[in-house]
Design a protein around this ligand. Sequence first.
Ligand SMILES: *Cc1c(COP(=O)(O)O)cnc(C)c1O
Length: 404
Amino acid sequence: MKRDTGQNRNITDKWRLQTKLVRGGTYRSELGETSESMFMTSGYAYDCAEDAAARFEGEQDGYTYSRLRNPTCAMFEDKMALIEGAQCARSTATGMAAMSSAMLSIVKAGDHVVSSKTLFGSCRVFIETILAKFGVSCTLVDGDDNEAWKNAFRPNTTAVFLESPANPTLDIVDIEFVCTVAHENDALVVIDNVFATPLLQKPMEMGADIVIYSSTKHIDGQGRCLGGCILTSDEIMDEQILPYIRHTGPNMSPFNAWVMLKGMETMDLRVDKMCSNAVKVAHALRDLKVFERVNYPGFSDFAQRDLVEKQMTAGGSVVTMFLPQGREQAFKFLNALEVTDISNNIGDAKSLMTHPASTTHKSVEESARLEMGITDSMLRLSVGLEHADDLIEDFARAAKIAGL
Ligand SMILES: *Cc1c(COP(=O)(O)O)cnc(C)c1O
């Protein structure tokens, strides 16, 4: 009666990306709805007490409580797993819930973590400060220094964490290399793939054990909901991650999962357009010749271009620029914008620009910020879906007003 092809991996794995994004993971109720249903329920009723016992025993399929699984969240998770090429996924309330849950699931007191230095502010604070509270030490390395990665491992290293491209510097890490070294040292690799999105980079194919997302970014893509996702193998999920998340409850709301499902239907169109807009905007910003430097992984002369070509299919939607002077000039430029918003999110349909030193990376100590290359003259732009020329004209006008 039900036509649940969306749930059958034997069928869906063969679909092309766009079909997976639209139809993968879909579960239809007996009512035959075309749009996924939103199951706003915390619990589930059983026909009899024996059924309840059998479900908790794992002898009967079905839901028991939404902290353990919820049908709308499950549809989002199954679609994400399909896109990533992972065996399974679990959704979380935020990207940071995904990151912290993945890390806390795989380390214990006395362990050591190796991570790239350049990270989203909260990721850096988590690795450096929060893990330390639980007796987990870390070594931070320059992401582009393969020797440093090699030398950072210790007998008690159990996990590696990295972002590539990193937020906000866009530094690229050689994912395949780091995964190989990590596995030689029996460590699991967790990759924050937010900037690349699951469409531009496939960390699991390069050896990553766990991939995490903030679905707040390109997956929702319209600035509506917070969310996150953890993707991995059945073995790591069942043995390490589920015991942690089931008993700590970092879950995504079914409402947010429904919004994310709707977002994924148009994700390929949006990410594609954002990337082509970013190419145009990045070149135009550079052609203005008023910035000290414009940085974009899609530039043919980007410092780590070989790695970008090796592991990404496009340069992404984020561009950074450095003004000749510091914070005052950066603020003047931001305040003069008429189209792009001053906002610290990324991956939104609306173009957003932020001053990382005073916002996204405010919680990181100044010395650490400078070590990452996040100076007071840096601005980060997330290119949206507006007409590129409107953005470009806005930047040219703002540059004049800021005295550039
Ligand atoms: C935004 C972001 C996060 C955190 O995601 P939230 O949904 O805001 O919790 C983690 N990593 C990177 C690279 C991000 O850009």
